[in-house]
Design a protein around this ligand. Structure first.
Ligand code: SF4
Length: 481
């Protein structure tokens, strides 16, 4: 984890899971026929899975307007960056990319550049003043207006729409799977967040919480399964507060019920979800996970800090004791559940004692993996308005290093405990190291690499694998029939 962290593309803190290896990747659907479209768009996404899922919504909207996706930026008539605003560094990365696009735009007459996502929402029209090459600025709730905005920009106007919505969920728009492995897919089930964690910009850049129509979620998962996908990850800033009233069938659907509906599509369809909030995850969800073998035994449960005093300043609305009890309940109901987390080092007024509380709660929770960062003050957040970012940078880095070193030990110990065990693994594709090896994950979301040998297997198949060795980040195994 640490090496990717140092790449700096992704240093952000919010309880979201993100696929570091995908930061800044340009996307095009792998079935795309370049001659089918007269005009092409190039989209680069940063930040969390919600942003990647949004880029697939954007691709669908642009496809309908006659724009085909391309991975080759030189081919593009339209360049979009789907931005992240969670840390200063994330925004610096976007500004750096924009400077690189400046040259391209100077060379290609009529090329348009647009910014999407949380940084667009945070800066709004100011983005146009700060970055002159930008023609279009669109917030996360305004992607339906893209066709009109592109038209305006093609006529030479600067185009902006950053209106946040109380009900937009894009439920009727079928995402175009960009750069998918054809096995796993993300399905967003809700948008926005009603929590007001004091360090977080999400409530300001993604608006109030709204849950998507349950029937449209189940339909999308059923459609993916019919297309050969074997795993869906249900996405939301805080999936546990999913709540939808189906008036037609007079049914109230909580997250536990939604999980069950998706799991019942087929026992061959694995179900994952992210992200959970410690104050909202219910025993109903845990018992539903325990009831269905195809709901994966893995929970991403951000703690952020182990100190109750700091948790209160962060407005996380739970205490150290409450969090520990949650972890104990998870382990009681699902003994082999994998747990990962998010941890912030160096939040305002954090003492050495608070920091030790963070280290000890990590030790208690025995995370398989965590996203770990030092606090970065964000404009407009409660913390910026109320507190001083008073922890010196060297102390922040020292504490972060201690947290990362501890997590590395916990990850290795967790993997070492799996040596000799046999897991049901979903093959996702070739391992990055060698085409002679498959890569997949077990129910606990651990990556496992194993030799193909002569077994007639292909990606999307399930296979039993016995763990023979491990590194801190990966299990190594052998196929066991
Ligand atoms: S405000 Fe919402 S998105 Fe941000 S950290 Fe809190 S729960 Fe997560």
């Amino acid at each position: 984890m640490q090496s990717k962290f140092l790449k700096g593309m992704l240093d952000f803190v919010s309880d979201k899971v993100q696929d570091e290896s995908r930061q800044g990747e340009a996307f095009a659907p792998f079935t795309h026929d370049p001659n089918q479209y007269k005009k092409h768009f190039y989209i680069e996404s940063y930040g969390c899975q919600m942003n990647f899922a949004d880029s697939e919504i954007v691709a669908s909207i642009l496809n309908k307007e006659g724009f085909g996706a391309t991975r080759n930026v030189d081919e593009a008539d339209l360049i979009f960056i789907n931005t992240c605003s969670i840390r200063e560094k994330a925004e610096q990365t976007v500004r750096k990319r924009l400077t690189e696009f400046r040259k391209l735009k100077e060379q290609k007459k009529g090329m348009l550049v647009g910014v999407l996502g949380c940084m667009a929402e945070r800066l709004k029209a100011k983005f146009l003043e700060e970055e002159r090459l930008v023609d279009i600025v669109v917030g996360p709730d305004a992607y339906r207006s893209l066709p009109a905005l592109v038209n305006d920009a093609e006529e030479g106007q600067k185009a902006v729409n950053v209106l946040l919505s109380r009900d937009e969920t894009y439920a009727d728009i079928a995402p175009v799977r960009l750069d998918s492995n054809g096995v796993t897919a993300f399905v967003s089930i809700m948008r926005g967040c009603n929590n007001m964690c004091s360090f977080c910009v999400v409530p300001f850049t993604r608006g109030r919480e709204r849950s998507r129509d349950a029937a449209s979620i189940v339909a999308e998962c059923r459609d993916l399964f019919a297309k050969g996908y074997k795993e869906v990850t249900l996405l939301g800033q805080n999936v546990d507060s999913y709540y939808f009233v189906d008036e037609q069938n007079d049914e109230t659907i909580t997250f536990g019920k939604l999980l069950e509906k998706v799991a019942m599509i087929s026992p061959l369809l694995r179900v994952r979800f992210s992200t959970s909030h410690p104050k909202d995850i219910t025993d109903e969800v845990l018992h539903t996970m325990a009831k269905y073998e195809n709901i994966c035994n893995y929970i991403h449960l951000p703690v952020q800090s182990g100190s109750t005093r700091i948790l209160q300043l962060m407005n996380r609305t739970y205490t150290r004791e409450w969090y520990k009890k949650k972890v104990a309940t998870i382990r009681q109901i699902i003994p082999d559940c994998g747990i990962s987390s998010d941890v912030i080092a160096g939040f305002c007024t954090e003492t050495e004692e608070d920091h030790q509380d963070t280290l000890s709660i990590m030790e208690y929770s025995r995370y398989d993996m965590s996203y770990m960062f030092f606090y970065s003050e964000r404009p407009g957040t409660l913390a910026q308005k109320r507190y001083t970012d008073d922890i010196p940078a060297d102390i922040k880095k020292k504490r972060l290093n201690e947290i990362v070193n501890l997590q590395n030990r916990l990850s290795l110990e967790s993997n070492q405990k799996d040596i000799g065990k046999t897991f049901k693994v979903l093959i996702e594709g070739n391992s990055k190291r060698s085409e002679a090896d498959w890569m997949g994950r077990n129910s606990q979301n651990k990556v496992i690499v194993f030799a193909k040998e002569n077994h007639p297997l292909q990606k999307g198949d399930y296979v039993n694998v016995t763990v023979t060795d491990c590194t801190q980040a990966t299990l190594l195994g052998k196929i066991t029939q």
